[in-house]
Ligand binder design. Structure first.
Ligand code: FES
Length: 105
C-alpha cells in the first residue's frame, strides 16, 4: 500500500523535504515532475543529513550534502561522490508522483 507524503506542488522544483513515516526518517528531492527518495542517514556514520529542516542540498542545489562532514551525493542515484564515504550509497526509498501527490510506494 502506498502512503501519500504531500502534494507535488508543495515542494518547489529543485527543493527537498524531510518526512517521518512509521518512525523512519526519509527525504525527497524534487526535480521537475520527478522525485527521488532516500533514507535520512549518511552511510558514513548514519547521521541525519540535513543542516536545517528540509535543507538536504548544497548551495548549488546539484547535490545532496551531509551537514556533519560535508559528503556530497548525486541526487539521481544517491552515490557519494566526495567526502569520507565516497563510493557508498544512500539507501533509496521508492517514491513516485501520482495524481499530483508524492507517494511512498
Ligand atoms: S556523517 Fe555524513 S559525511 Fe560523516
Amino acid at each position: 500500500m502506498s502512503t501519500v507524503l504531500c502534494p507535488l506542488e508543495s515542494v518547489e522544483d529543485g527543493a527537498s523535504k524531510g518526512f517521518s513515516v512509521d518512525g523512519k526518517d526519509i527525504f525527497i528531492v524534487r526535480q521537475g515532475g520527478q522525485v527521488f527518495g532516500y533514507v535520512n542517514a549518511c552511510p558514513h556514520i548514519f547521521a541525519s543529513l540535513e543542516f536545517m529542516p528540509d535543507e538536504f542540498l548544497d548551495d548549488s542545489g546539484e547535490f545532496i550534502v551531509c551537514a556533519t562532514h560535508g559528503a556530497l551525493f548525486r541526487i539521481e542515484d544517491g552515490e557519494c561522490i566526495a567526502g569520507p564515504c565516497k563510493g557508498d550509497m544512500l539507501t533509496p526509498v521508492p517514491v513516485s508522483v501520482r495524481d499530483g501527490e508524492i507517494q511512498l510506494d
